[in-house]
Design a protein around this ligand. Sequence first.
Ligand code: AMP
Length: 135
Amino acid sequence: MVESIFLKIARKEIPVHIIYEDENCLSFLDVKPHVKGHTLVIPKKEGVTIFDFEEETLKNLMIAVRNTMAKLQEVLSPDGFNVGWNHNTAGGQVVPHLHVHIMPRWQGDGGGSMHSIVSNPGELSVDEVAELFKI
Ligand code: AMP
């Protein structure tokens, strides 16, 4: 199996601009930023999606996200953030190694919110969707 580029980055085999690192995770500037300070946070362990990791790694990832946001806040003083990840190709994931996008936001920067990712709610009502979860 071909190793993903982010595993190589985690091993420091490919240079990136690191802005935060701890034992478990690495945060670096996205090479094609959608906003100033667009950052990716990765677990150093291998895995494509959130389902590939045990709880401890995911807890550590969330702590790294918080610490990275604090660093971005300190250096760039944004007014807000969007934080999330693309899960599988249908969700927009290109690199097959779990990575959290952190996008600093400024008032009037012209960007949208999570709600602008997709607007295609389908035929079922919210009540009908809720029924599908009932056992
Ligand atoms: P995604 O669509 O969630 O898989 O996003 C992958 C992100 O990784 C994109 O925003 C790319 O610009 C970014 N990216 C790919 N290769 C590198 C790299 N070598 N260094 C930094 N960012 C990268």
